[in-house]
Design a protein around this ligand. Sequence first.
Ligand SMILES: *Cc1c(COP(=O)(O)O)cnc(C)c1O
Length: 373
Amino acid sequence: MNIETIAIHAGQEIDPTTGSVIPPIYLSTTFERAEDGSFPHGNLYIRNGNPNRTMLERCLTALEGGADCAAFSSGLAATMSIFQALQPGDHVIAPDDAYHGVSRLLREIMAPWGLNYTVVDMTDVAAVQAAVQPQTRLVWIETPSNPQLKVADIAAIAAVAHEAAALCVVDNTWASPIQQRPLELSADLVLHSTTKYLGGHSDLLGGAVVTRELSPIWERVRFLQANGGAVPAPFDCWLLLRGIQTLAYRVRAHAEHALRIAQFLACHPRIERVHYPGLETHPGHAVAVRQMRGFGGMLSIEVRGGEAAAMALAARLQIFTRATSLGGIESLIEHRASVEGPESKTPPGLLRVSVGLEHPDDLIADLKQALGD
Ligand SMILES: *Cc1c(COP(=O)(O)O)cnc(C)c1O
């Protein structure tokens, strides 16, 4: 079945009691036992499971081509559950440009908990190989990366991880399952901040982990979901399923608009550099062509004149909103270094753009006026 059809139907059944085509939102915190003490519908208590969450997890499992999925209250809650499924003393290899929340989680929460980690440039497979230690249990990939859109070779890094008997996890938030399916490239787990493209409308917070196979580490992630308790509310699961139905069409349009904007900015004299894997000049282009179907809706630009010029450009834009986050219908632009704080290695003139679904001609006209053309 094609992914457009999966997005609309997977996990969603006509409500058997009312015939409702669109699922109701189940707010009940608790579910009745049968006379023999069993739970005939599989639901016990809202933290352990809820019908809207189950529908969402089935849909995400199908979209990524996995064996199971666990939904969380945020992308970082999902990330933390993966790290907590390891043991203190285990070693993790992570990108030197991971989403700053993931880096902070490793540095300030998981390291004190006892997890050891090394950060490497994930575009360099030999560097990943060189970072392997006897206690390495997990290699974390984020591709395309945030905010410089570096592309890591998922299949090659998964091979390095597996040779070391470690797991390969891919943060697939930016590409979405429409444009990248890491489990097909031998990754073991996929992480999503569902807050972004999966939700797609900038109105919910959520996360998810999808597994390629049922395994002890997967059982631990599930255990942490129910017993750590960072689970999504039924309404957020319902909103996510609603957003996912148009995911394929949204992501394709986001990517088409992003390519047009990247091409326009790439030859503009006031822009020093454009980071977008769809440009043939991008260092990750060849790997992206091999492992992605399309290049996503995110790009970043380095404005000539550094931070002051970047801030001034963002201030002149009328349609793009100056705000963090990504993956919604509206275009957003953000000065990344000031969000990432003092540890940031992001160039001071860099603006990150989440290209929205407005007409691309309008977006380009807005950029032109802001650039003083
Ligand atoms: C936003 C984001 C996260 C964190 O997700 P939250 O839902 O904000 O907790 C993780 N990884 C990437 C790539 C993100 O963009």
